[in-house]
Design a protein around this ligand. Sequence first.
Ligand code: ZN
Length: 53
Amino acid sequence: MKINTPYPCSFDMGIIEAFMNKFRKDGSITFIKHFSEECSMKGAPACEYKVKR
Ligand SMILES: [Zn+2]
């Protein structure tokens, strides 16, 4: 999952996590992790996240 937004990635991860948990079906909680070493906050074009359910 790659996301390119002008927002800090911690902000994005919070949004994604909230979104995933809102639509979860079986009561499981979704975790999201910053996967790439590169970070848009450090000048990379995008951050990559790993979503775990
Ligand atoms: Zn990042």
